[in-house]
Write a protein that binds this ligand. Structure first.
Ligand code: TXA
Ligand code: MG
Length: 323
C-alpha cells in the first residue's frame, strides 16, 4: 500500500522515520517530485532502483537541506562554490568529486568517484530533509524512462504499490528537472539543461558554459539513454502548421490554434511565456497521453532561456523507444 499524505508535522516526522528505516518516500521539490531513499543505505538504494525499474549504471542525485551539508559530501572547486552560493537552495545540481567522509553510497553513485548534489528550495523538501538528517537520493518519482511527475497523482499513477508513501505538496512550481553541472576538472560543464537557465549560470561564471560529457569516455548525464521522459504517444516536433490528421496538439503561443477544432488540444502558454510552458510541460504531456492520442504534434518552442530545457525534454520524449 502506498499512503498519500498532506505535509503536516506528524506526516513529515513519519516520512523521515520511514526514510531512515530504508523506506521509499516520494516528495515534492520546486522542479519535479522525487522518490527519496537514504543515500547511505545500499539496501534502500537497491530498492529504489528496483521500484523505478532504473538501469543501475545511472547514478542518483543526493539531496541535502543546506550548502554546508553539501560541502561535507563533495569537494567543491572555487567555481562550484560560487555556483552553490548563487543558486542554492534552488533548481541546480552539481556533480563534484566525492569527499573522503561522504555518506552517499557507492551504489547510489553507480560506482563513480563523483557525487551529484542538490539543495532544493521547496518548503516540503526542506522540512523533510531537515528532519531526516541524512542525504536523501531522489530521482524523479516515475518508472524509468517515463514522464517526470509534477503532481502527487502522477506519482501514484506510476508507482502506487511500489513505494511506501507520497507527500502531496501540490503541483511543482517549476515543473522541469534541475540543471546539472559537472564541476570536476577545469571549467564547469553543462550536463543537463534544466529549470535554472544557462544564461543565469553564465552570468555568475562570467564566461560561456561548455556543454557535454565530463571527459571523453566518462558517463554523460541524463540523456545517455536514447529515449527518456517518454509518453506512450508518438511525438512530432516543430509542427508549425498543417498538423497530421487526427493528431493531438501541444501548442505554444497559440500557433496551432487554427487547427484545434475536433482535436485534443493544449497550449503550454497561450501568451508565449517560457516559464509557464516549463511548469506545464510534463502535466500537459501526461494529460494528452491519457487522452489516448496515438500522435501528438508539438509546436516550435524558442531556444532561449528555459526553452533550451523544454526542447531537450521534448526531443527525448520524441526519441525512438527501446524495445
Ligand atoms: O530536479 C531534479 O533534478 C529531480 C528532483 C527530484 O531533484 N531529480 C532528477 O533525478 O531529475 P534523476 O535521477 O531523474 O536525474 C539525475 C541525473 C541522472 O540522469 C544522472 O545521469 C545524473 O543526474 N548524474 C547523477 N550523478 C552523476 C554523476 N556522478 N556524474 C554524471 N551524471 C550524474
Ligand atoms: Mg528522471
Amino acid at each position: 500500500m502506498t499512503a498519500i499524505v498532506p505535509p503536516t508535522d506528524a506526516t513529515l516526522e513519519q516520512a523521515a522515520a520511514l526514510l531512515r528505516q530504508g523506506g521509499l518516500v516520494a516528495f515534492p521539490t520546486e522542479t519535479v517530485y522525487g522518490l527519496g531513499a537514504d543515500a547511505g543505505s545500499d539496501r534502500a538504494v537497491a530498492r529504489l532502483y528496483e521500484a523505478k525499474g532504473r538501469p543501475r549504471f545511472n547514478p542518483l542525485i543526493a539531496h541535502v537541506p543546506t550548502t554546508a551539508a553539501a560541502l561535507r559530501e563533495g569537494r567543491f572547486s572555487a567555481a562550484a562554490q560560487a555556483l552553490a552560493e548563487a543558486f542554492w537552495p534552488g533548481p541546480m545540481t552539481l556533480v563534484v568529486p566525492v569527499a573522503d567522509a561522504g555518506r552517499v553510497s557507492r551504489l547510489a553513485r553507480a560506482g563513480l568517484d563523483s557525487v551529484a548534489l542538490r539543495v532544493p528550495a521547496h518548503a516540503v523538501a526542506q522540512a523533510l530533509l531537515r528532519r531526516t538528517g541524512v542525504p536523501v537520493v531522489a530521482p524523479s518519482a516515475n518508472r524509468s524512462g517515463g514522464l517526470s511527475p509534477t503532481t502527487a497523482a502522477h506519482v501514484e499513477a506510476g508507482l502506487a504499490g511500489r513505494i511506501d508513501a507520497v507527500i502531496d505538496g501540490g503541483a511543482c512550481p517549476l515543473g522541469l528537472e534541475s540543471t546539472i553541472l559537472a564541476c570536476l576538472v577545469g571549467d564547469p560543464v553543462l550536463l543537463r539543461p534544466g529549470a535554472l537557465p544557462r544564461e543565469a549560470i553564465e552570468a555568475v561564471l562570467g564566461r560561456p558554459l561548455a556543454q557535454g560529457a565530463v571527459a571523453p569516455g566518462a558517463p554523460v548525464a541524463p540523456g545517455q539513454l536514447a529515449s527518456h521522459y517518454a509518453p506512450r504517444a508518438r511525438l512530432q516536433l516543430h509542427v508549425a502548421d498543417a498538423p497530421a490528421e487526427g493528431a493531438a496538439l501541444l501548442d505554444f503561443g497559440g500557433r496551432l490554434a487554427p487547427w484545434r477544432t475536433g482535436r485534443t488540444y493544449d497550449d503550454l502558454s497561450a501568451t508565449g511565456d517560457l516559464r509557464e510552458a516549463a511548469a506545464r510541460l510534463f502535466a500537459a504531456l501526461h494529460a494528452l497521453d491519457a487522452s489516448g492520442a496515438a500522435l501528438i504534434g508539438v509546436a516550435p518552442v524558442p531556444m532561449a532561456g528555459l526553452g533550451l530545457a523544454i526542447n531537450d525534454r521534448l526531443a527525448r520524449a520524441a526519441a525512438p523507444r527501446p524495445v
